[in-house]
Design a protein around this ligand. Structure first.
Ligand SMILES: Cc1cc2nc3c(=O)[nH]c(=O)nc-3n(C[C@H](O)[C@H](O)[C@H](O)COP(=O)(O)OP(=O)(O)OC[C@H]3O[C@@H](n4cnc5c(N)ncnc54)[C@H](O)[C@@H]3O)c2cc1C
Length: 390
């Protein structure tokens, strides 16, 4: 039986495996990371490349190194210097390339790839003095399991589901098989969404095909530098965890997460491209959508806004806000009697322990780690809490 099994080897799971095997001195053969991809962070990089993002939205102290200044130091050293590009009002948001080179170095130096087991968790049950995870590639047993599965389901509006069922060409930038770089030819694309990923995707497609892309958002652009106010990276968390009512904590998270927002530099770039005629922007909701007999799709917009004809609909509508994990986690919650708040998310203690040796990080830890739990800084905050029991 392993000591630790981390389910999900993205940003959070990889950082946790790094700290467990170094700072917490857990022997490497006692830790495994279960993930469908062989490479650490593969899913996150796919999402990032699909949007065409060049820089992170978060500052360099939100990195996967042992201490907050690890990425900053890496950028000044031999391996990082040539990639050291930063943006943002404080020139501290690293390029994706630099962030990735830093993560690759950590993964290589720590041998983190060797900890990975390929597969999907399908069932979680209690066995003897530990837990068992059934995967599509066999079973694993561990004393402690950490669920680091991120946000699992892309959000599909109802009209988009109907369109997909009707066999129309519609994709989601966060769908597992989607790759923007290898899209089949199209003549007119509509990118649906109003947040940073939608704007970046529209800009990326317009760079490939100027004048043939429309960004369709149901709201005006909301400018915000970060996903959440920086006080949620630390300073405000004391009052958050003192709030005993989990319903109120959920309201704080909803209020404080800048969902569907865009940093000013990126919206500025969008308006420049619009002014140059390279990109079109429409603000309206889709009321219905149907495949056209001659091919392509017609998106009917809300009353008074007309319709859009297109042969490529790309959704950039983010992730489903429901608790991640889906049916296999529902089953474990029922069988193990794991406590849930009214919003469906785990009720955990200060070490992010949910029950029976199961810990959580990322969105699943939101009611304890607060509005930035899903971000990179959320991984650092979560590991601080969990290291008390490692
Ligand atoms: C395009 C994009 C850009 C972003 N930019 C930033 C940024 O600049 N700064 C920032 O702080 N945040 C950013 N975020 C938020 C970001 O998602 C988090 O920072 C980070 O990726 C979350 O890490 P995670 O480990 O929770 O999720 P992920 O990195 O998605 O990892 C979750 C892993 O769990 C695996 N998994 C899921 N279910 C199972 C299962 N049943 N069995 C086994 N494995 C499973 C998945 O395959 C995946 O590998 C961005 C998000 C996106 C989509």
């Amino acid at each position: 039986m392993l000591d630790w099994l981390v389910v999900g080897g993205g940003v959070h799971g990889t950082y946790l495996s790094s700290l467990l095997t170094t700072r917490c001195a857990v022997a490497a053969d006692r830790v495994r990371v279960l993930d469908p991809d062989p490479e650490p962070l593969a899913r996150w990089y796919r999402c990032a490349h699909n949007t065409g993002m060049e820089f992170l939205r978060s500052p360099d102290v939100h990195c996967l190194g042992d201490h907050p200044f690890a990425l900053h130091e890496f950028a000044r050293g031999d391996r990082g210097r040539s990639l050291a590009r930063f943006t943002g009002p404080y020139r501290n948001q690293p390029s994706l390339e630099l962030f990735r080179a830093h993560v690759d170095t950590i993964v290589r130096e720590r041998g983190l790839r060797a900890l990975r087991v390929r597969g999907w968790a399908r069932r979680l049950t209690a066995v003897g003095r530990g837990l068992r995870i059934d995967t599509d590639a066999g079973a694993l047993e561990a004393r402690r399991v950490v669920l680091a599965i991120g946000s699992t389901r892309p959000a599909w509006p109802d009209w988009a589901r109907r369109l997909r069922r009707a066999g129309a060409r519609i994709d989601h930038i966060f769908a597992r098989g989607f790759c923007r770089a290898s899209l089949a030819p199209w003549s007119r694309a509509v990118v649906v969404g109003g947040g940073i990923s939608a704007v970046q995707t529209a800009l990326a497609l317009a760079a490939q095909a100027p004048g043939r892309v429309t960004l369709l958002s149901r709201h005006e652009l909301r400018e915000e530098e970060f996903d959440a106010h920086p006080c949620w990276f630390g300073g405000c968390l004391g009052s958050f965890v003192r709030e005993g009512d989990l319903g109120r904590r959920r309201s704080i998270i909803r209020r404080e997460r800048n969902r569907g927002s865009v940093p000013p530099a990126i919206s500025g770039e969008l308006w420049r491209q619009v002014a140059d005629g390279r990109l079109d922007v429409r603000f309206a909701s889709v009321s219905d959508a149907r495949p056209l007999p001659a091919g392509g799709v017609c998106l009917d917009l809300e009353e008074g806004y007309g319709a859009l004809a297109t042969d490529l609909v790309v959704l950039a509508t983010g992730f489903d806000p429901a608790r991640p994990g889906g049916a296999w986690l529902d089953r474990a919650i029922g069988e193990l009697g794991l406590p849930r708040a009214d919003c469906g998310y785990p009720v955990v203690d200060a070490t992010l322990h949910w029950g029976h040796g199961i810990h959580v990080t990322g969105p699943l830890a939101e009611l304890e780690v607060g509005p930035a739990a899903r971000n990179i800084i959320g991984a650092r905050l979560a590991v601080e809490r969990m290291s008390a029991v490692a």
